[in-house]
Design a protein around this ligand. Structure first.
Ligand code: CP
Ligand code: NVA
Length: 305
């Protein structure tokens, strides 16, 4: 079994059936992986993990997932590779394809990752760009479904920045049939091309400026940092602009009574989310972190089969 596409760059690139296949495999393998009983289906395969930004979850979940499948992983920084600087993207893609069986990359520019994938002869997986974080949202959907059942027709409400996570949630709403609501300050809306494509597809999503109105009846409340990696210089301005967008116990009173709270992490406790919510009864943030590994292992297994 494999996916219809060679790469995993964006949720929007894949059919609902392929995306469901990933989640089904993740659900099937999770208990086996937890008991250390997963068969080594990918012996002698190597996944290169390239990072231009820091990581805790993405690095460890990809590397351990590869080991669980019986394969190996390599950690490489942008400084070593010099993608597009020391060597052309084309040459790097061709050379890496001779050494490894897959490439996971965390990068700034999404277009450069698309270009790498175009020239690579092995699967390329987006481990976060400024535009997208598709693997995160696959793990998030797995988490939602474990706690609330099928995500179809549920409402996911993100309170915060129209960033790479918001863009990936909009893409996911196109493919999984749920409603997505983003509450963000004016000027921090998601990517326009992504919104236009989703609208054309008939996806159910909306962007508003009032967090109180946005969380009304929502099944999933989603949080992320007010400023992303690479935006550290904007931190002071963003903290002020986003101050009314903190997820608090009070805000959650309007959510569905059986809601879950997710945060992709790392969290800035006391900034975008309070300790009370992070550690509260609706929070599933550590299940969510664990599910990165299970969702990504399924992606690797299907792409590298
Ligand atoms: N959520 C996430 O991608 O975490 P890291 O930045 O630690 O990989
Ligand atoms: N939006 C955040 C997500 C971190 C996992 C960032 O890009 O830094």
């Amino acid at each position: 079994m494999s996916l219809g596409k060679k790469d995993f760059l964006s949720i929007a690139d894949h059919t609902p059936e392929d995306l469901r296949r990933i989640l089904d495999l993740a659900k099937e393998q999770k208990p086996l992986a937890r008991r250390h009983e997963l068969p080594h289906s990918h012996p002698n395969r190597t996944l290169a993990c390239v990072f231009a930004k820091p990581s805790l979850r993405t690095r460890i979940s990809f590397e351990t997932a590869m080991m669980q499948l019986g394969g190996n992983s390599l950690f490489i920084t942008d400084k070593e590779i010099g993608l597009g600087v020391r060597e052309s993207i084309y040459d790097v893609a061709k050379v890496m394809s001779r050494f490894v069986d897959g490439i996971m990359i965390r990068w700034f520019d999404d277009g450069e990752v698309v270009e790498l994938a175009k020239h690579a002869d092995v699967p390329v997986i987006n481990g976060l760009t400024d535009l997208l974080h598709p693997c995160q949202v696959m793990g998030d959907i797995l988490t939602v479904e474990e706690h609330l059942g099928s995500i179809e027709n549920k409402t996911v409400c993100m309170v915060g920045d129209g960033n790479n996570l918001a863009n990936s949630w909009i893409n996911a709403s196109r493919r999984f049939g749920f409603n997505f609501v983003l509450a963000c300050p004016e000027g921090y809306e998601p990517n326009e091309d992504i919104m236009n494509a989703a609208e054309k597809d008939g996806a159910s999503f909306c962007v508003m400026n009032d967090p109180q109105e946005a969380v009304e009846g929502a099944h999933v409340i989603y949080s992320d940092a007010f400023y992303s990696m690479g935006q550290e210089e904007e931190a002071i301005k963003r903290r002020a602009d986003f101050a009314p967008f903190q997820i608090t116990t009070d805000l959650l009173k309007a959510a569905h009574e059986k809601h879950v709270v997710l945060h992709c992490l790392p969290a800035h406790r006391g900034e975008e989310i309070t300790d009370e919510v992070m550690d509260g009864p609706h929070s599933v943030v550590f299940d969510e972190a664990e599910n990165r590994q299970h969702a990504q292992r399924a992606i690797i297994a299907l792409l590298m089969s």
